[in-house]
Design a protein around this ligand. Sequence first.
Ligand code: SAH
Ligand code: DHB
Ligand code: MG
Length: 248
Amino acid sequence: MAEAANALKPSHPRPSMTQRPSSPEPLALWSSVDRYYEELLIPPDAALAATLRASAAAGLPEIQVSPLQGRFLQLLAQALGARRILEIGTLGGYSTLWLARALPPDGRVVTLEIDPRHAEVALSNLKRAGVVDRVDLRLGPALTTLPTLVAERAGPFDLVFIDADKTAYPDYLDWSVRLARSGSLIVADNVVRRGDVADPDNSDPQVEGIRRMNERIRANPRLRATVIQTVGVKGHDGFAVVRVEAKA
Ligand code: SAH
Ligand code: DHB
Ligand code: MG
């Protein structure tokens, strides 16, 4: 036990990359590690940087996935050989850009956004990045645009990324399963919320939304899932990764 506890403590002096003497206050350890891996693994990219700059300048909330999380989504899409991707919650198109770049030229990301201002910023970002031809942005409440996608037979989607209003996550899960095939992956962002999801005293509607989605995952024999907790520049959160299995 003592050994396990010690394993959590660094036994060596902190590497210099975690020392930021010029910062007004020390960055949290996990943010330093995130930055270290970001600098190591994610080459500077003009289109991604411009997307973040333009989104911030337009006053959009800075709640997009981190660079390493964007890369994670991209790797999943590539591993699946995804040609059709569905995203629920576009914001400024930052995660959309990561996903679009995982697609072959004839692939498509359908991305759903309720806020016309977010959609406008996203389209401008995706155009600048040269991927707008691979993106189909649907403006409106996702609970309206999702049934339209079913009616259009727009699926099946190989990968779905759920990242909009958390209270509707249970419904987004159901629509995602309808729009999936066996073997599709559904990834849902923000399923940990600094641990709130596991705090029985927390009855915040967004947290309840995540829990109700989780119950539906458990109740659906076609779904096999795990959760990856994340710490980093976005604090403590996590992704649910759900695979749609063949019908029994
Ligand atoms: N996936 C983005 C971040 C999305 S933030 C990224 O990582 O870059 C969540 C987005 O969902 C916001 O832009 C918000 O306007 C949108 N949203 C909220 N409620 C929605 C709804 N009912 N339908 C569609 N989009 C919604
Ligand atoms: C927040 C983060 C998200 O990834 C999101 O989808 C919504 C909100 C946040 O940090 O508040
Ligand atoms: Mg999110």
